[in-house]
Unconditional design. Sequence first.
Length: 336
Amino acid sequence: MEPMIQVGNLCKSFSTKSGTVEAARNISFSIEKGEIFGIIGLSGAGKSTLVRCLNLLERPTSGTVRVNGKNLTKLSEKELRKERQNIGMIFQHFNLLMQRTALDNVCFPMEIAGISKKEARKKALEYLKVVGLEEKALSYPSQLSGGQKQRVAIARVLASDPKILLCDEATSALDPQTTKAILELIKEINRDYGITVVVITHEMSVVQEICNRVAVLESGTLVESGTVEELFRSPKTEAARRLVFSGRTQIQKMEGKRLVRVTFRDKSSFEPVIANLILTYRTPVNILYADTKNIGGAAEGEMILQLPEIEEVADKMIQYLKDTNMGVEELKSDVG
Ligand SMILES: Nc1ncnc2c1ncn2[C@@H]1O[C@H](COP(=O)(O)OP(=O)(O)O)[C@@H](O)[C@H]1O
Ligand SMILES: [Mg+2]
């Protein structure tokens, strides 16, 4: 079966007064039907440009964008408008019509599609129910919280019955708890409606929460892609490492020490290993960070250890950890 989205050698450059900006450099990847695919990168990496190329809001300088079996770059404006109806989008700042109620916002795409007002209202109420907001149908966006506004935006997307949902930093303006609830809703929609989801984010936690596979963007280049678990366990590029470690400032300060990042399947198996490690080598190790995350339904643990400065002991400890089948990776001290 053909992938739902297939991007081939996509390049996008902008001419500006100060020269040419290459926002996408020869990017290729594909997304299968029903996947939740993440695109992660720092601010300015080219994420929004790339996602806008997926529905041709931005026309690629070169390369192909195949969506749902059609090469979008080859379509006429009219054909393109039709194909775009399969692609819904939500944004960081929700983009609701402020003069319309929640209900009328959800009705909007249906009105444009020529559905009768009565039918549109009926469907809109159903979609508001799906996103858990039926009692706010008559509220205006200014009367809603950020999370509620994003729920309205999601209901509006559902109203156009899309095959694909593009989320550009859709949770970046929300607090952690609301973020979790919105990601949960996106997962539900993916599952219940079979909608393929593309999640654009600068936050690794979002990717871990929701994505199956992920691509890492840096300066317009796709530097790494794979399952979320692979990226989490063994990021291959410096860019990916930085994203995996972002927010752990305490680690950045540990200059000149030997650090290892250890990943493991479940936390209970970790404690005896560390105890034995210390007993075996009679030397303490510092645990700088420890956490367990839920990745794809499995508990995945992560720990960052500071090893003794004596090279020989540290080397042996690394070997010991490797022998216990943990993911072991030595970190450069400038990580972060
Ligand atoms: N319309 C535009 N004109 C000129 N430069 C642009 C335009 N849109 C984006 N860029 C540049 O392209 C690069 C990628 O931007 P963007 O796709 O918004 O990144 P991200 O979403 O990852 O923050 C940036 O250097 C940005 O300044
Ligand atoms: Mg952006």
